[in-house]
Design a protein around this ligand. Structure first.
Ligand code: PEP
Ligand code: MG
Length: 312
């Protein structure tokens, strides 16, 4: 008989501090939704659609070929609903597909994926969706279903955009799928230096929020592959170049009243939390097990800021 693990002390048994900065959580599998909702997180900052697809063991194209487009839409909508329901009325930010081709190649139907030298610089994220408007539209139809069911807490997010042109094209496909961009909260990930440098134009394209994907933003800013152990010691989300892109983007977004968030792994680093709150970020989204510590850290940073301002 294996020895039973001691019961972990439940973080939710300790009072949740009030913070002006929202502390949200990232969810990878919809089955974790109930537990995630129990952390007292202020919402879901990132729910990745690719996990819903990967759990079927088929590429999206293969799934549609085998079961039809309606089944694909319903499968996505069911998973989205699980999370939207567990968190209601807290917001749930769901991201359209962003799997690199090497990941999809492992799945049934994966032999049709393009073979790329450098999948991280290749056919993924919104660029792929814009090239496959039909498959993208199925994803949008899943959102439309949720809105129709009354889940007004669902927010729509696009990955790996570079500029306002990407955003405008995504927006017009939303409209074609009968989603009114004025009625629903939607936004984009800032995870390439280009998107950070084009923040003004991206705000002007009508987004409600941006979210920093520091996993990618770090690798693209520093030219350090996030999955390459040989250069792992050079991978630093707190590098001044990365922080400068983030700070300047937050400043621009504040002018446009566009809310800002972070959903990369670095969000749970206490030093990053400090940097981001000082820069005026709206929300921070961390893994389930980091919610409690992030809440405590955010509360301390905010208290320091208040003390500093009264002592000035
Ligand atoms: C990121 O790039 O920081 C991010 C959250 O997206 P993903 O890890 O899915 O690329
Ligand atoms: Mg990313």
């Amino acid at each position: 008989e294996p020895e039973e693990e001691p019961a972990p002390t439940s973080p939710s048994s300790q009072p949740k501090p009030m913070t002006g900065t929202e502390i949200k959580t990232n969810i990878s599998i919809p089955a974790a939704a109930e537990r995630a909702a129990g952390t007292g997180a202020d919402g879901v900052g990132l729910l990745r659609m690719e996990h819903m697809v990967i759990s079927t063991s088929k590429t999206p194209e293969q799934y549609v070929a085998d079961h039809g487009a309606n089944a694909f839409v319903n499968m996505l909508a069911d998973d989205m609903r699980t999370v939207a329901e567990a968190f209601y009325p807290r917001s749930v930010r769901i991201r359209t597909l962003d799997a690199p081709t090497d990941e999809f190649r492992q799945l049934e139907g994966g032999e049709d994926e393009p073979i790329e030298h450098n999948p991280m610089l290749g056919y993924r994220g919104l660029r792929r969706s814009l090239d496959s408007p039909e498959l993208f539209t199925h994803q949008l139809q899943a959102f439309e279903k949720l809105y129709e069911m009354g889940y007004d807490n669902v927010e729509l997010m696009f990955p790996l955009v570079n500029d306002a042109n990407d955003v405008t094209r995504a927006r017009s496909l939303m409209e074609k799928a009968d989603i009114d961009p004025e009625k629903h909260d939607w936004g984009v990930m800032i995870e390439t230096p280009a998107s950070a440098l084009c923040a003004t134009e991206i705000c002007e394209a009508g987004v409600d929020f941006v979210s920093f994907g520091t996993n990618d933003l770090t690798q693209y800013t520093l030219a350090v592959d996030r999955n390459n152990e040989t250069v792992a010691d050079r991978y630093d989300a707190l590098h001044p170049a990365v922080l400068r892109l983030i700070r300047e983007t937050i400043e621009i977004c504040r002018e446009y009243d566009v809310s800002t968030s972070i959903c990369g792994q670095a969000a749970s680093d206490p030093n990053m939390i400090q940097e981001l709150i000082n820069a005026g970020i709206t929300s921070i989204s961390v893994n389930l097990d980091a919610v409690h510590d992030a809440q405590q850290k955010a509360a301390r940073v905010e208290q320091e800021l208040i003390l500093e301002s009264v002592r000035e």
